[in-house]
Design a protein around this ligand. Sequence first.
Ligand SMILES: Cc1cc2nc3c(=O)[nH]c(=O)nc-3n(C[C@H](O)[C@H](O)[C@H](O)COP(=O)(O)O)c2cc1C
Length: 266
Amino acid sequence: MKVLAIMGSPRKNGTGTKVVREIESNLNNRGDVKVEVLYLTDFDILPCRGCFTCIKFGEARCPIRDDLVKIEQMIEKADGLILVSPGYVQNVSGLMKNFMDRMAYTNHRPRFFGKKMMIVANGGAGLSKTLDALRIAIGGPEVVSELQYMQLPWPTRPKAQAKKEKDLDRATAKFFDALMENDMQPSFSNYLRFRFFKTASESAKKWLPADYEYYHDLTEYYYDVKIGIGTKILATISMNVAMRMMRNMAPWPEGEMSNEDAKPEV
Ligand SMILES: Cc1cc2nc3c(=O)[nH]c(=O)nc-3n(C[C@H](O)[C@H](O)[C@H](O)COP(=O)(O)O)c2cc1C
């Protein structure tokens, strides 16, 4: 099994590296897992220009040519991913956020299916918010394990150290088991996301043509998998409620508006 760890810290000798090495040795004790460590700081990833082209017309039309495609190829070759970020101002680091912005199109049109993802936040206060951000960093891989790794700027007591090791061990075991199981059944929230984007891509066809192209031939899910009837019913009910609540956000039919109203807001 191949795992790619994507590191959000600008420091290669910091806590993030220490945690990943601990996870690696823990995984190696359980089975044959090779961890490759990718430091975002070593790659030329330019900031998003905000043109929205990737989301609207497709990622192939992004005007930026840099190392992002190299990282995408490395992700493609891995069975599992570990995303690691220090908590910066109760969020992810700038390096990680920059990477996330460039991968934003995967939130509309997911890829890298079947890959299992572990997310790790290290630092002190606000690590749950760092995890919230990491959870949606890449659309497609299933987040199967999460770890908040406390690293305070002072030595902590043995009890706190023991808890840290126990949490790391538990989170790594979960990740390892998911890697070995290779279960392709999506979580309910991922299935709901599929239903939402499929419905939205049809009504927003004119404004988000890449989404429409991506979704219009998909029926059951993003890939070939059987979705249970109970899941489908629950998702239909949830979708009806969500669509009702968001009805004022849906595209306004042209017949109902004046020429002035018909101009897009952006
Ligand atoms: C710019 C910056 C912002 C930070 N913000 C926070 C924060 O909001 N809360 C916190 O507890 N620690 C914060 N820290 C501390 C780091 O999260 C912590 O030292 C982390 O373990 C560093 O990881 P690294 O060694 O892998 O770089 C911040 C550090 C930096 C450099």
